[in-house]
Design a protein around this ligand. Structure first.
Ligand code: NAP
Length: 257
């Protein structure tokens, strides 16, 4: 191998030339995933629901000369809008390599007060949208394609009251991921479910009584950083993870240990 070959290989980013689609990328874990995939060389199209200013600022700051980042408004609960956003991203870039289903909502409430509307909304964003996005993406993904869902360690351990519907929605992703690994394996596409514990975002602030309660349940008593979750997503998106599929990967500071 010549010196120039070595230097070319060393300069190649792990996701260079790849195109990724991320749902719910304007804030929190999704924003960290967008930044990380772009830093690793992928062009990224991400959705948001309401945060137009944050989304545009992220698209501007995360874009590089090698990787273009674009924000698209699309409510994950709107199947037609989500499907169109994925089809447009694939058409614009001429390919799609990576789908990250990150958009999610957490609506707490005791069963006695929990409304059917909140139940339907939770399932529409946390489960139905994941099905819709995967169905849209598999029309474009080729061998080497990657699907990464953001589930939750709460699918395995829910040690406090008022979060049963959220836990149920994340448990659904475990079954979907395992089943689809069998459908998609013959096509050379992997699908995995990243299952974070408490992560410092607007959804789960790292200080306060609730945070302290959670820290008491963990082997590492702190909230995770969105960048730590993004690191696991980047690994699963990479060539290195070609033999990982159908897996639930906890990244939770020992919350469910
Ligand atoms: N934080 C945690 O402790 C934790 C732990 C385990 C799993 N998770 C999961 O990780 C994912 C991200 O959570 P997070 O903590 O980063 O949440 P977050 O801070 O509340 O951010 C949610 C992101 O999703 C977007 N979003 C929400 N509903 C949407 C919809 N209907 N259509 C399109 N985008 C939508 C939001 O867009 P807008 O900015 O436009 O509202 C925002 O970008 C979720 O699936 C969550 O369940 C989080």
């Amino acid at each position: 191998m010549t010196n120039s070959t070595v230097s070319t290989a060393a300069n190649t980013l792990p996701l260079q030339g790849k195109v990724a689609f991320v749902t719910g990328g304007s804030r929190g874990i999704g924003a960290a995933i967008v930044r990380r995939l772009a830093r690793d060389g992928a062009s990224v199209v991400f959705t948001y629901q309401n945060s137009a200013a944050e989304a545009q600022a992220l698209a501007d700051s995360a874009s590089t000369s090698a990787a273009k980042v674009e924000a698209v408004q699309a409510d994950a609960a709107n199947a037609a809008a989500l499907q169109a956003a994925i089809d447009n991203a694939a058409a614009k870039h001429g390919r799609l390599d990576i789908l990250v289903n990150n958009a999610g909502v957490f609506v707490p409430g005791d069963i006695a007060e929990f409304s059917l509307d909140d139940f339907d909304r939770t399932l529409a964003v946390n489960v139905r949208a994941v099905f819709v996005a995967i169905k849209a993406a598999v029309a474009h993904l080729r061998t080497g394609g990657r699907i990464i869902n953001i589930g939750s360690t709460n699918a395995h351990r829910m040690p406090f009251a008022g979060a049963a519907v959220y836990a149920m929605s994340k448990s659904a992703l475990s079954g979907l991921t395992q089943g689809l690994a069998r459908d998609l394996g013959p096509r050379g596409i992997t699908i995995n479910n990243v299952e974070p514990g408490p992560v410092a975002t607007d959804m789960n602030p790292p200080t306060g009584d609730f945070a302290t309660l959670m820290h008491g349940l963990m082997a590492l008593p702190r909230h995770g950083k969105p960048e730590e979750i993004a690191g696991m997503v980047a690994y699963l998106a990479s060539e290195e993870a070609a033999f990982v599929t159908g897996a639930g990967l906890k990244i939770d500071g020992g919350f469910a240990a």
